[in-house]
Write a protein that binds this ligand. Structure first.
Ligand code: XMP
Length: 516
């Protein structure tokens, strides 16, 4: 892989995404890793990310100079560029001119890194320090008012650096610079494609499971469907899918799984009706993390049960199903604190919420992928478009979209409101634009209303339509007022107990997409 060393950047994930867009596999690792540990991953190249510190500050994330002697090409970005300059004997200092936002950079020579660049290009910068002198052996490629050295390279040692952020869209030629680095500077082919991911994963799954039986948690969403299709491609009939109807699904979902997925793949499916079990386990619980942990725990217990059912039905009593497939994605891993150094924002139930005494070994073929990459893999595998294009829906389902205790009545109410919002957004042709639209019931909030000449005292429903590239960051969608009006009118008319519809206009960060 190409390792992106996270030096405290806002944009480390984004750098990895851009590298992947160049069809090169890339992973983010924390700067606290030793150089030896990084080298164990056999990186083709290393990218040092930006970061908020000054290289000369006490406690600033440092870069071990050994990284530059390992014979591996390195690209430093922003802080990573300055850290590289300093480590190799250049000078970094405060200039007094902070460059923030769109900045014109003069390109003195294009070298390898900036090949194809016009004499000036607009870049996106965010820095107070600057490189004043490049280390010996480096050619200065570019300068800007606040950056005496804005880009440099040492072709012989394959070391490159830019002061600006090539990974953000506001640097229009940024992707070109990244590709110059990867293709010309490193010599990579750009052959990481959905087809190569499938081939690699099929081989890895076969190696992991051998001829053992495997079960897969099929939620009906994109991730679990694609994970199941991959495992089916790898081990065929050794796979049985289990759909747990936990009662926290939206309207019509179980039927959809049977219609869209099972019919097209012929996969074996067991549906377990566990509504009562989940309602009982969630009774009286209002804390979001506790809900998530409970749902995760009950899920696994049901799977253990389903696994026994699978061996019995196969006439193999006495044996055990050892493997459980989950559609865990890269952002789930990172956001559950799985990426070292990352804070635990939420326990995604397929990662952080697993019980300690898990009976299964996990098969997680999508663990390295972002959502759009999963969709591409799914299409390549022939998973129907109705599933591949579906908007994300969280594993804990409506359980984390009721703020307050989860009860059967509240679930019915939320299901009705959600079905209306989904139908109207689809009718307005907005599905492609909207990443997902959680519909949230504020069950512990009541407000006064008036309906049919009478006073009401009901609950608000929150609409949370967002646009996003990978759910790591998001913005609220500018849904046309007429569409919002229609949804609001229909929900307040058709769903008893709801007398108010509100719109969430918060980006992520600071808000997360889901409310819990
Ligand atoms: P947040 O709310 O953290 O959500 O901004 C990011 C994305 O992840 C989905 N999500 C989950 N998916 N299990 C899942 O499979 C979970 O526990 C979970 N929690 C959030 C959320 O819908 C959004 O797409």
């Amino acid at each position: 892989p190409v390792l992106v060393v996270d030096l405290g950047a806002q944009y480390a994930q984004l750098i990895a995404r851009r590298v992947r867009e160049a069809r090169v596999f890339s992973e983010v690792v924390p700067h606290t890793w030793s150089v030896e540990r990084m080298l164990e991953k056999k990186p083709a190249a290393i990218i040092l990310s930006g970061g908020p510190s000054s290289v000369y500050e006490e406690g600033a994330p440092s870069v071990d100079p050994a990284i530059f002697d390992a014979g591996i090409p390195v690209l430093g970005i922003c802080y990573g560029f300055q850290a590289m300059a300093q480590a190799l004997g250049g000078t970094v200092a405060r200039t007094g001119t902070r460059e923030y936002g769109g900045t014109d950079v003069a390109i003195d020579r294009t070298g390898t890194l900036l090949a194809g660049s016009p004499p000036t290009q607009t870049t996106w910068m965010s820095h107070g320090d600057a490189v004043h002198a490049a280390p010996a052996g480096f050619e200065v490629l570019a300068t800007s008012p606040g950056s005496p050295v804005a880009a440099f390279e040492d072709r012989n040692r394959a070391l490159f650096g830019v002061q600006w952020h090539p990974e953000v869209k506001h640097s229009p030629l940024g992707q070109k610079a990244l590709e110059n680095f990867l293709y010309e500077g490193v010599g990579l082919a750009g052959d990481w494609t959905p087809g190569s991911v499938i081939a690699d994963q099929v081989a890895a799954i076969r190696a992991q499971v051998g001829d053992a039986r495997v079960i897969c948690a099929l939620s009906g969403g994109v991730d679990s469907a694609v994970a199941a299709a991959l495992v089916q491609r790898a081990v065929g009939d050794q796979l049985t899918c289990v759909h747990v109807d936990h009662g926290l699904m939206r309207a019509g979902e179980v039927e959809q799984i049977e219609r869209d997925f099972v019919d097209s793949t012929g996969v074996r499916l067991i549906v377990r009706d566990e509504k009562e079990r989940f309602l009982t386990a969630l009774a009286g619980v209002t804390d979001p993390e506790t809900k998530r942990k409970i749902i995760g725990r009950e899920f696994i217990r049901v799977f253990e049960d389903a696994a026994r059912q699978v061996v019995e039905e196969a006439g193999e009593s006495g044996t055990e199903v050892k493997f459980l497939v989950q559609g865990t994605l890269y952002p789930d891993v990172v956001e559950s604190g799985g990426g070292e150094g990352a804070a635990n924002i939420k326990s995604h139930h397929n990662v952080g919420g697993l019980p300690e005494d898990l009976q299964f070994e996990l098969v997680e073929p999508l663990r390295d992928l972002f959502k759009d990459e999963v969709r591409a893999v799914g299409r390549e595998l022939g998973v129907p478009e109705e599933i591949v294009a579906r908007q994300p829906f969280p594993g804990p389902g409506l359980g984390i979209r009721i703020v307050g205790e989860v009860t059967a009545e509240r679930l019915d109410l939320l299901r009705a409101a959600d079905a209306i919002a989904r139908a109207e957004l689809t009718a307005a042709g907005l599905d492609g634009e909207i990443w997902q639209c959680p519909v949230v019931l504020l069950a512990d909030v009541r407000s006064v209303g008036v309906q049919g000449d009478g006073r009401t005292y009901g609950h608000p429903i929150v609409l949370r339509p967002v646009s996003s590239e990978d759910a790591m960051t998001a913005d609220w969608s500018r849904v046309p007022y007429e569409v919002l009006a229609k949804i609001s009118t229909r929900i307040t008319n058709e769903v008893p107990e709801v007398n108010r519809v509100v719109l969430d206009v918060t980006s992520k960060p600071p808000g997360t997409i889901e409310w819990e």
